[in-house]
Design a protein around this ligand. Structure first.
Ligand SMILES: [Zn+2]
Length: 245
């Protein structure tokens, strides 16, 4: 198991307040962002969650504007269309914006979770693509996993609750990427088709859906060339064989 930390004070070594401009309202603000090359990646889970030494980088992926509450993951934080702006302005769902969530300080897991949930809400408000919602759900699941692992052997009830929530978000990610695969063109949130197929396969494995997983994995192996994702698909194939035996 990779060494991880749940103590946000230590995060200060790895992050800094970076300036951004909000694509929804034009406001300039600072958002805690990872220093390039500072956190060393020491591995990743089957579903591609990155594991870094000393910090859970997943906590810092949401960029959020303190003026209008708009936020999303770094990969999707770019220009928005006029229509999306209109939808966002006119959104009549629950009043989701809490300015205290936008922050230029280090984050606890709870802070990070609140920001991700708001980002997901923003994506619905602007009627964003299924791929963005799916990726946000995937990252929320990764965050919940990191939180659970950071607790070590402590708080068994909290860990059980976090695991249950993680499964719920993994399921939403699985279904969201499948839907995006039918409706959107690649890349999806920066991922090519092979990567998304591999990812969905790994999510199927999590839920014991080995037939669906195997079909996707065969496709990745057949089309993967010499890619790293093909190697991972082979590993996943071996894992399925083990789990089924
Ligand atoms: Zn804004």
């Amino acid at each position: 198991m990779a060494k991880q930390t749940g103590y946000c004070e230590k995060d200060t070594d790895y992050v800094f307040p970076k300036k951004f401009e909000c694509p929804m309202c034009g406001n300039s603000f600072k958002n805690m962002t990872l220093k390039t090359g500072k956190a060393r990646m020491i591995g990743s889970d089957d579903d591609l969650r990155p594991i870094h030494e000393g910090i859970d980088t997943v906590k810092y992926d949401v960029i959020m504007c303190p003026a209008c509450g708009y936020g999303t993951i770094a990969r999707s934080f770019g220009p928005v269309t006029q229509v999306q702006k209109k939808y966002y302005r006119e959104y009549e769902g629950p009043n989701f914006f809490d300015p205290s969530m936008s922050s230029d300080t280090v984050l606890s897991y709870q802070d990070a979770l609140d920001r991700y949930k708001q980002a997901l809400c923003c994506c619905y408000a602007k009627q964003g693509p299924d791929s963005e919602k799916a990726y946000l759900c995937l990252k929320i699941a990764w965050l919940l996993r990191g939180w659970r692992q950071a607790l070590g052997g402590k708080k068994p009830n909290t860990r059980a609750a976090l695991e249950e929530k993680e499964k719920e978000f993994l399921m939403r990610a699985r279904d969201g990427f499948k839907s995006a695969n039918l409706k959107e063109s690649y890349p999806l949130c920066g991922m090519d088709e092979l990567t998304v197929d591999y990812l969905v396969a790994s999510l199927h494995v999590t839920f014991g859906e080995y037939d669906e997983a195997s079909k996707l994995i065969s496709g990745v192996i057949a089309r993967g060339g010499r890619s790293r994702i093909k190697e991972r698909a082979h590993d996943l194939k071996d894992k399925i064989a083990e789990l089924k035996s």
